[in-house]
Design a protein. Structure first.
Length: 378
C-alpha cells in the first residue's frame, strides 16, 4: 500500500471511529426530540457511546493485532447497526444500548488504526496525516449535518452516520496490522514515569479542549450572537482547526517535537484568552480556530511518542481511554465552573492548565528522546 493510499485509508477509518465524538452535540439534540427524553437524559444516553469505546479499548486492546479481519467486520457491523438502531428505536434503555453498540464498533475501528501504526518511528507524521484527512472529513460531516433542516423528530442524523460506516468499509478492510521487526521489539517500552507523564498531558489537554467546547454556547449567548452564527462558526472552526496537523505531518526530525508542542500550547493559551475575553463574531470564530489549531498541532506529537513505543497498538488504544476520561471530566465540570466563575476566570483556569501541560511536556519529552533508539521511519 502506498503512503498516500495508507494515509487516506487511516484517515477514513479515523473519521468513522471518532465521528460520534465530533457530532455529539447534534446527537444529543436529536435524542431530545425522542418522546420522553429530556436534555439531561439525552446526554446520559449519548454518553453510552463513549462508554462503548472505553469498554472495547480496555477489554480488547490487542484484538486487531490477532484477528484483523474479524475486528474490522465487527467494527463496521457494530457501528452501522448501532446507528441504524438509534434511528428507529424508542425508549431510554433501547437507545442507550444502541449507542453502546455503536461505541464498541468505533473502539474496534480505532484499534485497527493503532495496530497499523504500532511501533512506527516518527509516528507523529502519520498521525498528523490521519488528523488532516480524518479531521477534514469529520468537520465536513459536522457542517453538512448542521445544515439539515430543523425537524420536530430526531431527523436523519443516525442514518447518515450509518451511511458513513458503509462508505469507509473498503478503507477499513484494507488496513493491516503492522509487524514490528524483532530487532526493534526490545526497545518498545516506556518507563512508567514517562508513560504517565504523557498520559497526564493527554488527559489535561483533552479536558481543556472539551471543557471550553462545552461552554461555547454560553459564550455565544453572552456575546449576543445569533444561534445560526454560533453553529456556523463552530463547524467552520472545526474544519479549519485541523490545519494544525500540517506541522506534525511534515515534521522531519524528532528534535522538532518539543518546539511544535510548546508552540501548540502557546497558540491554545492565546486563543483561549481571546475567545473568552473579547466579544463578537470574529473573536468567537478566530478564538475557536486558534484553540483547534494549537490542539491538533501538539497532540499528534504526544500520541506519536506513545505510538513508536507501542509494540501492538494496545498502548495507544489505552491512551484513547485516557483522552476520553479527560474529555468527560472537562465536559462535566465546565458548565458549573463557567457559571460560578464567569468567562474571565474560566479562561484563566484553562490557560493555567495549558501552561501546566507545557511544563510537563518540557520535562518529560526530552527524557524520552534521550533514551530513544535511532530508528528509520517505515
Amino acid at each position: 500500500m502506498t503512503a498516500i493510499r495508507r494515509a487516506f485509508s487511516l484517515g477514513a477509518t479515523f473519521a468513522a471511529a471518532l465521528n460520534g465524538t465530533m457530532v455529539m452535540p447534534l446527537i444529543v439534540l436529536a435524542l431530545t426530540r425522542v418522546r420522553g427524553i429530556d436534555e439531561a437524559t439525552a446526554t446520559a444516553v449519548a454518553a453510552a457511546e463513549l462508554a462503548g469505546i472505553a469498554i472495547y479499548s480496555l477489554l480488547l486492546p490487542r484484538a486487531a493485532q490477532r484477528a484483523r479481519r474479524a475486528t474490522a467486520l465487527f467494527g463496521l457491523l457494530a457501528l452501522g447497526g448501532g446507528e441504524l438502531a438509534s434511528q428507529v428505536l424508542d425508549g431510554v434503555a433501547a437507545l442507550a444500548c444502541a449507542r453502546l453498540v455503536a461505541g464498541l464498533g468505533e473502539g474496534a475501528l480505532f484499534g485497527l488504526i493503532c495496530a497499523n501504526v504500532a511501533g512506527e518511528a516518527q509516528a507523529e507524521r502519520i498521525w498528523g496525516q490521519v488528523n488532516l484527512v480524518g479531521g477534514v472529513a469529520m468537520g465536513l460531516l459536522l457542517y453538512g449535518l448542521s445544515l439539515l433542516p430543523p425537524s420536530a423528530e430526531r431527523g436523519p442524523i443516525f442514518a447518515w452516520l450509518a451511511v458513513l460506516a458503509l462508505l469507509v468499509a473498503p478503507a477499513v478492510l484494507s488496513l493491516r496490522a503492522r509487524v514490528v521487526p524483532a530487532d526493534q521489539a526490545h526497545a518498545l517500552a516506556l518507563r512508567p514515569a514517562h508513560k504517565y507523564g504523557l498520559w497526564f498531558i493527554v488527559a489535561l489537554a483533552y479536558a481543556v479542549q472539551a471543557g471550553q467546547w462545552a461552554v461555547t454556547g454560553y459564550v455565544g449567548e453572552i456575546a449576543k450572537l445569533p444561534a445560526d452564527h454560533v453553529g456556523t462558526w463552530l463547524a467552520l472552526s472545526s474544519i479549519l482547526g485541523f490545519a494544525g496537523a500540517v506541522a506534525p505531518s511534515l515534521a522531519r526530525r524528532p528534535s522538532q517535537r518539543l518546539g511544535f508542542v510548546l508552540l501548540g500550547f502557546a497558540i491554545m493559551a492565546l486563543s483561549l484568552e481571546l475567545f473568552f475575553n473579547r466579544l463578537g463574531d470574529w473573536p468567537f470564530f478566530v478564538g475557536q480556530v486558534g484553540v483547534n489549531v494549537g490542539f491538533y498541532m501538539l497532540t499528534p506529537f504526544v500520541i506519536g511518542m506513545l505510538t513508536e513505543n507501542d509494540g501492538d497498538g494496545s498502548l495507544v488504544l489505552r491512551t484513547l481511554v485516557v483522552a476520553l476520561f479527560g474529555s468527560a471530566a472537562g465536559t462535566a465540570v465546565a458548565g458549573y465552573v463557567f457559571e460560578q466563575a464567569g468567562p474571565g476566570q474560566f479562561s484563566g483556569l484553562c490557560v493555567a492548565l495549558v501552561l501546566l501541560c507545557a511544563v510537563t511536556a518540557a520535562r518529560v519529552m526530552p527524557q524520552i528522546e534521550g533514551r530513544a533508539p535511532a530508528r528509520v521511519p517505515a
